[in-house]
Design a protein around this ligand. Structure first.
Ligand SMILES: NC(=O)c1ccc[n+]([C@@H]2O[C@H](COP(=O)([O-])OP(=O)(O)OC[C@H]3O[C@@H](n4cnc5c(N)ncnc54)[C@H](O)[C@@H]3O)[C@@H](O)[C@H]2O)c1
Length: 289
């Protein structure tokens, strides 16, 4: 999708982090914006910042099918089209996989995976009917290409988003459509992701105190996210370049491909999984073999 000016971009998770940077960049390209999030104040602040840009905000919980249906309806009513969709809203949690509560699984899969499923189910038929150049970006993570320890629920959600996106790419080709697809796989970037609990719905909050592994994962993620050197604005730039080039895989930290390669080599060699966090190219991997 080359021409962005005058086109309509729908962004979930728009109130913070990558979503907010997609909105800023879309506005600078002359796009019309539909900004969706559960964070009412964050949406209002962004709308004020982008005054002058044709823009609506829609309070949306992406885990709810009816909210995404409403988002699509509001988009069509206001702008009559949707050309660029960012299925971006996401939350994180950590700790040993068997210690994750039912509420952890429901919350993280609800936002990270069902949000993307609902987005695809609502917006792809609209885009197909428009029969013009469109593009969908699904935000996964390097956790969708690797299986780092201590972040099992998140890994599951993001692997699912990667395979959903790869399948979407194939299916859209099969259908002869003009819709491009990208999957964004960032590593740690300073955003609000380590404070995801701020927007966790009350009915899915844990009542038990955190376990030791959950506390460790929380602290390690906060440290990794806040010390990330690639910015959310740079990731948004990379993503827009990929949209223009119709490139599928978007990686903010290409060095991570060494670990992705190691995982694939483990599979090809039927070797037990190596720990991607401890892998350094040129040094023998610590494998479970
Ligand atoms: N920052 C990183 O290091 C990193 C790395 C890899 C992938 N990601 C992914 O990037 C995406 C964006 O996250 P971010 O890093 O910008 O974090 P962020 O917390 O800054 O932004 C996420 C936004 O999603 C919104 N959100 C949460 N639950 C929602 C729901 N149910 N419905 C609608 N919106 C909801 C939040 O209110 C917030 O505005 C997520 O999918 C995340 O998993 C982030």
């Amino acid at each position: 999708m080359q021409e962005l000016g005058g086109r309509v971009a729908v962004i979930t998770g728009a109130a913070s982090g990558f979503g907010r940077e997609f909105a800023r960049l879309g506005a600078s390209q002359g796009m019309k914006l539909v900004l969706a999030d559960v964070d009412r104040e964050g949406l209002a602040a962004l709308e004020r910042e982008l005054a002058g840009t044709p823009c609506i905000t829609v309070l949306t919980d992406v885990s709810r099918a009816e909210d995404i249906a409403n988002l699509a309806q509001r988009t069509m009513k206001e702008f009559g089209a949707a050309h660029l969709l960012f299925n971006n809203a996401g939350v994180g949690s950590g700790g040993l996989i068997w210690e994750s509560s039912l509420a952890d699984w429901q919350w993280v899969l609800g936002v990270n995976l069902w949000g993307v499923i609902h987005g695809v189910r609502e917006f792809v038929p609209l885009m197909l009917a428009q029969d013009c150049e469109c593009h969908i970006v699904n935000t996964a993570s390097v956790a969708g290409l690797l299986s780092p320890p201590g972040m099992g629920v998140y890994n599951v959600s993001k692997h699912a988003v990667v395979t959903l996106s790869e399948t979407l790419f194939h299916d859209l080709r099969l259908a002869g459509s003009k819709i491009g697809t990208s999957v964004l796989c960032p590593a740690f970037v300073p955003t609000g992701i380590h404070q995801s609990e701020r927007n966790r719905p009350d009915e899915l909050r844990n009542t038990e105190p955190l376990t030791a592994s959950q506390r460790m994962a929380r602290d390690a993620t906060a440290k990794a996210v806040t010390s990330g050197r690639v910015t959310a604005a740079q990731v948004a730039e990379l993503t827009f370049e990929a949209i223009r080039a119709n490139r599928f895989y978007v990686l903010s930290h290409p060095k991570i491909l060494d670990s992705v390669g190691l995982r694939l080599q483990d599979i090809l060699a039927l070797r037990n999984p190596s720990d991607p966090f401890t892998y350094k190219p040129g040094v023998a991997p610590r494998s479970g073999a």
